[in-house]
Design a protein around this ligand. Structure first.
Ligand code: BGC
Length: 439
């Protein structure tokens, strides 16, 4: 039951600006909320009020023994109007980054995580190649402003998820439903990542630094045919893999653009990531009717839990371009904190026993936060947030994570104390979503 963390492996937590900061900044998610598109009606303007409580949150991370932290900047704070930059917002993020470092927590900075300023969205956002210059101007601003404090960057978070949800399925802003536009967005984002990769390296090199590491956070799923004997199911799984993730990953890591992507910026083939950044949550079983087989372990959103999938996905990335592996997100929606310890344990164990060069693990998420379409009603945090009072309370799983970090792994007694008694909900057995526990 026991396992040890890999030598030198660092553990921490990940977040994104919009999901924790709060604020009515005129961005696309503020707008989506106003249009009544958030399922539970909660307002991203509230979130965790982290923009004001950043110090409290950093202190809590330090107390819990976190050594690394992935955080994002909010574009619409730094550039509220096109070409107008807010120096106070720059100073704010500098204060936060400095404080994290003072607390012994090393930051990994995400430049784009799903949210666009209203003015950028109005120009068509990432669906138009000519708009890449606005994103690249933001990248330069970040390196100029934070380059002395941060050596590790995520250029773009989950471009595949963004392209599909915002431009194909239409559930996220701007609600697009076009195959052509989805392919355009994927191509433009891949080009943006590569140009950002080059820019960050060039600028930091000029500043005299040699320790720059840049990548993009890649959402990878395991697509598996429910019936491996079915030619059609296998075909659908392979096509989903290619269209949802592989074509884009290949383009972004190597500059090789294969259909449905298109090289829109004369990009040369090369190597465009210094670490493989994996966001992993769940498996996708491909069958005729329902995705998740009856009886399979699931979380409160009905996502199929598959701990081996994290190592399979990391290996998948490592094959495309071998690099150190950072798990830039992994976690689960567990509103009552009933199985998060088991989830954490099983995923970390699979990674540590995989033989892959896993250097970092950022749990998603530190505090419960604004979960996009699901709003405040899907809880992924190690720390419970009472949104009315903004009180933070470390959950049982948060305590387990602290102990695991302090001990460098899980021994039998830790397993017995936190993991042994936990089981996952099962698909097909009533409603998954538990109600929130009183803390
Ligand atoms: C995203 C996060 C999100 C998490 C859980 C990832 O796809 O990067 O922003 O909260 O999944 O849904």
């Amino acid at each position: 039951m026991s396992f040890r963390l890999k030598d030198g492996m660092l553990l921490g937590a990940a977040s994104s600006a919009t999901q924790i900061e709060g604020g009515d900044l005129g961005h696309n998610w503020n707008d989506w909320y106003r249009r009544g598109r958030i399922k539970d009606g909660s307002d991203p303007g509230r979130a965790n009020d982290h923009y004001c409580r950043w110090k409290e949150d950093a202190d809590l991370m330090a107390v819990m023994g976190l050594k690394i932290c992935r955080l994002g900047i909010e574009w619409s704070r730094l550039e509220p109007q096109e070409g107008v930059f807010d120096r106070e917002a720059v100073r704010h993020y500098r204060r936060e980054l400095k404080y994290l470092k003072k607390q012994g927590i090393q930051p990994l900075l995400t430049i784009h995580h799903f949210t666009n300023p209203g003015w950028f969205e109005a120009k068509g956002g990432f669906s138009r190649m000519e708009n890449s210059r606005y994103y690249l101007r933001l990248v330069r601003l970040c390196v100029r402003s934070f380059g002395d404090l941060v050596n590790e960057y995520i250029t773009i978070n989950e471009p595949n998820v963004y392209a599909f949800n915002s431009w194909l399925v239409g559930e996220w802003p701007p609600g697009g439903r076009s195959v052509k536009k989805t392919a355009d967005v994927m191509s433009v984002m891949a080009c943006c990542h590569i140009r950002a990769y080059e820019t960050i390296h060039r600028m930091r090199e000029k500043m005299g630094y040699t320790d720059t590491r840049v990548s993009f956070a890649n959402h990878i799923r395991v697509f598996e045919a429910k019936n491996p004997g079915s030619f059609l199911q296998r075909g659908i799984a392979a096509a989903s893999d290619w269209l949802f993730q592989r074509a884009m990953t290949v383009a972004m890591c190597t500059g090789r653009f294969l259909p449905p992507l298109c090289n829109r910026d004369h990009i040369s083939e090369g190597e465009y990531c210094d670490f493989q950044a994996l966001n992993y949550y769940a498996k996708s079983t491909v069958s005729w009717l329902r995705g998740v087989p009856k009886g399979a372990p699931v979380n409160d959103l009905g996502w199929e839990v598959c701990p081996e999938g994290i190592a399979q996905s990391a290996a998948w990335l490592h094959q495309i371009l071998p690099r150190p592996i950072y798990i830039t997100e992994n976690g689960t929606c567990d509103n009552q904190d009933r199985f998060r310890c088991r989830y954490l344990y099983e995923h970390l164990k699979a990674l540590c026993e995989s033989g892959l060069p896993v250097e970092r693990y950022y749990h998603w998420c530190f505090c419960d936060n604004f979960e996009w379409l699901e709003g405040e009603s899907a809880r992924f945090g190690l720390v419970h947030v009472d949104y009315e009072t903004q009180k933070r309370t470390v959950k049982n799983s948060g305590q387990f994570y602290c102990a695991l970090i302090a001990e460098g792994g899980v021994d039998d007694s830790l397993y017995e104390e936190y993991v042994a008694g936990q089981t996952y909900p099962k698909a097909g057995e009533g409603l998954y979503r538990g109600t929130e526990t009183e803390m």
